[in-house]
Design a protein around this ligand. Sequence first.
Ligand code: AMP
Length: 449
Amino acid sequence: MLFSELGLSPEILRAIEEQGYSQPTPIQEKAIPLVLSSRDLLAAAQTGTGKTAAFMLPILERLKKYANTSVSPAMHPLRALVLSPTRELADQIGVNVKTYTKYLPLRATTVFGGVNMDPQTQELRRGVEILIATPGRLLDHIQQKTIQLNKVEVLVLDEGDRMLDMGFIQDIRKIMGMLPKERQTLLFSATFAPEIKRLASDFMKSPQTVEVARQNATNDQVEQIVYSVDAFKKRHLLTHLIKSRDMSQVIVFCKTKLSADRLARELQRDGLQAEAIHGDKAQGARLETLAAFKEGKLRVLVATDVAARGLDVTELPYVVNFELPNAPEDYVHRIGRTGRAGAKGVAISLMSPEETRQHESIEKLTKLTLTPQTVDGFRPSWMARPNERERERERERERAPAPSKPEASVLAGSTEGVKKPMNSRRSRKAKREVPALLLPPRYKVEIIR
Ligand code: AMP
C-alpha cells in the first residue's frame, strides 16, 4: 500500500516523503483510515511501529481546514491535544509533528514539566492548534489560564499503559472532564491491560480496536540474547561486549538512578564514552545527553526505564539490560528501543542468579524461551562451583550409594523454584542429567521434573 492511497493531502505526503517514509507501516495502514473517519480508536502498537505518524497524519488531515497564517491568537485555538507520560516522549512527538507540518500552516508546541514555564506560556498565548503535553504541566497551564480546551476536537493518549503505571490516572480524568464531550479520542497503549480497557469504556464511544502485534510481543527484528553472569562481573562483561562486538551505540538499562549513575562512571573509567539519564537529572542536562546520543556523539547511554521512554534513535543497533526489570512489560519496552521501523537490532540481557524470577516473568509474558548463555572468561561462579560440589558428592555417593534425602543443592547451589521434595530415585536421576550445569537453577528444576 502507498501513503497516497490513504487519503492524505499533498502537503502531508510531501512532508513524509522528505522523511524517507516510502510506505505506511501496518499500524499506519490500519489506523489512518479509522482516524480519518472520526471514529474513536483503541490501538495496541509496539514501540517503534510508527504509531506517532499513525495518529498524527490523519489528525493533520482533519485540521487542515483550519490552517491559516494569521498572527491573531484567536485564529489558532487548540484543536488537538496529545498527552504523553514522559517529557522525552512528548519532545519526540513534538519533533515529529514539526516535520509533518512543514507544508501546513498549523501551529504545534510541546509543554512538559521540569523546565521554565514562561517560554511555554508565551507560545501558548500566541495560539496553537496542536499541543503535546505531559499531564501535570498541562494542568499547570490550565490553572494559569494560558490554554483553553473548549475547542479540542481530538484527544490522543499516548502510551496509555505507562500513563497509568506512572500514576497519572487522576490527572487524566481531570483533563478529560474539561474537554468537550463531542470529540474524537485515540488511545495508544503497548498492551490492552484491564485498566486500559476500563479507561476506554469510561471515555470513548464504541472505539475501534486495532492491534498490530501480539499482545506483549517483542519485535521479531530484535535478536534476544541472555548471558548468565555473576552480578559483580556484569560491568566487566558489558565493557567486553561493547568492545568485542564493536557496538557503535548502545542504550544500557539499569533499574535505579543510583546504579545508572555508578555504571556510567565505571564505563567512563573503562575508557568508554558514557552518560546516564534519569529522573533526578535536570531537564536541560537530560535533553542535552539525549541530543548528543541521537547525533551519534555519545556511544553509551545508561538509562532508567522512565528516562528512556519515548526515546527514538534511528537504527539503534544494541540495547543491553544491565539489570532485568521487575515488571516484564518494561523488558518489552526496553528492547523496543532497537529494531525500530524495520531495522535489525540486538537486545542483550545480563542475568545474575538473583534475577531468575524476572527472567521467568519475561519468558512468560513474551511467550519466548530465552535460554541463558555464557561468555568465555565470564562464566558465573555459581555454575563452576556446583561441579566441584557434585564431584565431591559423587565421591560421597560411592561411599554411601543410596541417599535418603533429595539434594536440591545440586541445582547450582540454589533451591529457588524447588517446590516439593524429590525422592531419592529422582535425585539420582537429576544428578546424572545435569552434569554440565549450563543452565540457571530453575532449568535444573525443570529437568528433574
Ligand atoms: P514511533 O513508533 O512513532 O516512535 O516511530 C518509530 C520510528 O519510525 C520513527 O523514527 C519514525 O520517524 C519512523 N517511521 C514512522 N513511520 C514510518 C514509515 N512509514 N516508514 C519509515 N519510517 C517510519
